[in-house]
Design a protein around this ligand. Sequence first.
Ligand code: NDP
Length: 285
Amino acid sequence: MILLDGKETAATIRAEIKEETTGLEAKYGRKPGLAVVLVGEDPASQVYVRNKERACEDCGIKSIPHRLENASQLELEGLIHKLNNDVTVDGILVQLPLPEGLDSQKILDLIDPDKDVDGFHPVNVGKMSLGIPGFKPCTPAGVINLLKRYDLDPACKKAVVIGRSNIVGKPLAMMLSQSGPCANATVTLCHSRTADLKAECLEADFVFAAIGVPNFVTADMVKEGAVVVDVGINRTDEGLAGDCDFDALKDKVHAITPVPGGVGPMTIAQLMVNTLEAFKMHVGA
Ligand code: NDP
């Protein structure tokens, strides 16, 4: 069994980015800059933001924090406008979920698509669906990157994606089904209304779980020798759990991601990749 070590792979990617960013300041007069906007005091969001800031530091990217205890819709919109117009800001990340009462979609729609390093803006979603260059959402792009690094090519294979969220499942299904490197799979996108999920999964050479239910994917749902990618991060009384029953699956599959240490670190590494891309676009490198 191959353990798809996202932690180690992400560290390699971060080191590659660090190497690339070294010298950028001397050449362009500034480092790549990522504005990180956090509203409210959600503990999980605070951890995510801290990890992203730490990754920036590691990669030679300037993190520009905007921590707001509370903010009105209008204040937040004003901040996005300011960041859109700030030439030292290459990427804008608004940590989700926003506190109740704030319209997340409206905020995301205001971000300049050229600074939308999370890849959530409709312009970038549209570009992705057309298969033209644009920012891709970090989690699915990180998943594809992890497969690439382990030479696990889903081309001509059957893939099942469980979960159809706009940030993970849907874009991941789209990326896997497109032409290009580490793609060309025949994809089935499953969700809570799928008639026979087990039967769909048993057909799959690659199973991607983005459900949000601890240990949902069990050994009897996956065929021998499949590749299993677990996107889930679930907080349980026993600690963090993925969407897949790792212990039961590990002896049956060809490759599997652990939780933690699988897709999570790849998501953050991809954010760094996207920010560096944004910088290059802005300075014309
Ligand atoms: P959402 O809650 O937005 O979507 C969950 C999806 O799973 C929905 O499409 C839902 O179907 C489907 N689903 C739920 N229950 C079932 C079921 N019993 N059978 C089949 N499908 C089901 O979640 P996200 O996509 O945002 O996140 C999924 C998981 O990934 C979470 O654990 C989250 O914490 C984690 N995550 C991890 C990231 C990382 O960096 N590793 C980043 C983002 C998320 P329906 O649409 O029909 O309701």
